[in-house]
Design a protein around this ligand. Structure first.
Ligand code: M6R
Length: 366
């Protein structure tokens, strides 16, 4: 049932090219310039009239929400706020009738997310769900939605749910951009064609497994780890750190790279591995100077770079190369080696990868 892999997590990591494709199949018709999801088509007016979009979610799904914030704002120019469902529900938030609330949940059973949905509905908002489990409580409680087609995710550490959630939210952003005319025709078309290529690029990103394993052998005994990224890859830094914490029990934190100088840089010394997500798009030069700052304080740098990179390569202790893509789609690729790295570190430390201590697959308590 693990398909020849030692753990469900590894199987699920390797399923990503096919489940991303399953998620956009029938919805992304790149050659004729169409993006369609019935839950969106049926409620298009609600999305177009929305003054803002609120995203509620927990854990990895919340990270997917952060990526969506960047993509939806960039493509369709609708303001997006992303909240932890647990904070949202307990803080008397402002919810308007013309808000669209997007609830993201793999399991569809997360108690805090479910409670946030109920609160949003009581206040008259339209609630759209992005769930993986068909017929789950959240899919039933929302007004409409779109399923991720990731298939069952057994490993407690979420992997393929994350990339398929981003896929759905990217499709949504593109659909809204088309309706609102917020992207030029050529950009819109270019993004559609590129999204279609993502599964094969994820396949290529999976070839980083060997190098991820080698790096894991070097750093498996670290007691702390920092993850840095900017822009679209800031949420990936958070997600990379969460994955490492959950399954290897190494203390890890994700930060926007530019926040380093406001505090975390004090942590850097020769025993601190710093994973920097540095694709050749989006403030590349700034990331390069962040790397220099870490280097000059003797931090160990593991950089995720675009194939063919030279500048970061010259500075980093280790580089992991991923294929080139448009900036908004880089999270779908940069996240892959981080999943693999966490996996190998956890295995080398003898941890229970699929069922880490103290964690359950769905958190149905508040
Ligand atoms: O099922 P959900 O997406 O609602 O779950 C949310 C979080 O509990 C979940 O993402 C959790 O953080 C994972 N263990 C992350 O790997």
């Amino acid at each position: 049932e693990k398909g020849g892999y030692d753990h469900f997590m590894m199987k699920e990591i390797y399923e990503q090219p096919s489940v991303i494709k399953d998620t956009y199949r029938g919805r992304l018709l790149a050659n004729i310039g169409i993006v369609q999801m019935s839950g969106v088509e049926d409620n298009l007016e609600k999305f177009l009239n929305a003054k803002r979009i609120l995203v509620v979610a927990c854990g990895t799904s919340w990270h997917a929400g952060l990526v969506a914030e960047y993509i939806i704002e960039e493509f369709s120019r609708i303001p997006v706020e992303v909240e932890y469902a647990s904070e949202f529900r307990y803080r008397n938030p402002i919810i308007n009738k013309d808000d669209v609330v997007i609830a993201i949940s793999q399991s569809g059973e997360t108690a805090d997310t479910l409670a946030a949905i109920k609160l949003a509905k009581e206040n008259g908002a339209f609630v759209f769900g992005v769930c993986n489990v068909v017929g789950s409580s959240i899919s039933r409680e929302t007004h409409a939605g779109a399923y991720t087609h990731a298939g069952p995710e057994i490993g407690v550490a979420s992997t393929k749910a994350f990339t398929t959630q981003i896929t759905i939210l990217t499709l949504l952003a593109l659909r809204l951009a088309k309706a609102k005319g917020t992207l030029s025709n050529s950009d819109y078309q270019r993004y559609l064609l590129e999204l279609e290529l993502i599964p094969e690029k994820v396949e290529e990103a999976l070839l980083t497994n060997d190098i991820a394993k080698k790096i894991a052998e070097i750093y498996k005994d670290a007691s702390n780890c920092l993850y840095l990224g900017r822009g679209y890859n800031f949420p990936v830094a958070l997600e990379g750190a969460l994955k490492l914490k959950e399954i290897s029990y190494i203390h890890a934190e994700g930060y926007p790279a530019a926040e380093m100088k406001h505090g975390p840089i004090a942590l850097i010394d020769e025993s601190m591995p710093v994973i920097v997500i540095a694709p050749n798009k989006g403030h590349y030069d700034k990331v390069v100077s962040n790397i220099q700052e870490i280097k000059s304080r003797s931090g160990k740098i593991i950089a995720v770079v675009t194939k063919g990179d030279t500048q970061v390569k010259a500075l980093a202790d280790h580089v992991i190369e991923i294929p080139e893509t448009n900036e908004p789609f880089t999270p779908l690729l940069t996240t892959i080696p981080l999943q693999l790295l966490s996996y190998h570190i956890a295995v080398l430390r003898g941890c229970n990868v699929d069922q880490p201590r103290n964690l359950a697959k769905s958190v149905t308590v508040e």
